[in-house]
Design a protein around this ligand. Sequence first.
Ligand code: F3S
Length: 289
Amino acid sequence: MEYITAKSAGFCFGVKRAMDKVEEQIELSAGKKIYTYGPIIHNEEVVKNLEARGVVAIRDDSELDAIVTDNNQKNVMIIRSHGISKMTQDMLLDKGFEIVDATCPFVKRIHNTVSEESQNGKSIIIIGNKKHPEVEGIMGWCVSEPVVIESLDEVGSIRFDSSKKYCVVAQTTFNHNKFKDIVEKIDSLGYDVSVVTTICNATYDRQTESKEIAAKVDTMIVIGDTHSSNSKKLYEICREECGDTHFIQTLDDLDLDATKSVRLVGITAGASTPDYIIEEVQNYVRVDF
Ligand code: F3S
């Protein structure tokens, strides 16, 4: 069977960097306990494997109180690529954790921007999903209350003030076109607004490449965690191009119809899919199907 795998399939730069930091800490740990603030990636299988190797994912702040830290042997808390707010960072330091910051540098750049601009008196407008941990983190670096919107309609709800200056940033994974439309609408209102384009191309590139592949194959396989929104989105994009698109978490979920005449298979994967799962699927398609 012939197959094409998207070059952009799997971990993006920031997630790969975060995973490397976890591995580094496992090697260096020297008896220290290792925690991650939230699951390091949206992939239960990976999180379970890490747990078996002593890396515990904190899912709720209430779990922190049970962790005893003494200053001679600080426990390590790894911050995932989404980043955290300043308040959370201070809280973790107060509780005595040694912080290993795996915040993606593209997200950290947004923290620095909103922190500086809000300290300079600008009001911050964040375009993104208020409930997403990345946006919660960004909000927490603004020294004044930011406004968060995620649709064109919500522009009307912003109480603009002509005596104020505004700075607009976006969640890294926000849709390019939607961002452009929202910024155009804000610009048209005539206030003093500066826009910092903070969308990361990793998601866009993965979606574009996967769409192109899906358009030319007979069967498309999208690998990703069912809880991962970027993987679900990838599946929707591919399904629009290729009717025979399969969304799987691991090779075990793959149920290809062997009776169909399939000449070419496409493979892509969401940002939280480790390489070994992609390789297993590739091997199956090449050898067994
Ligand atoms: Fe960073 Fe972009 Fe990935 S912001 S975490 S490289 S999607």
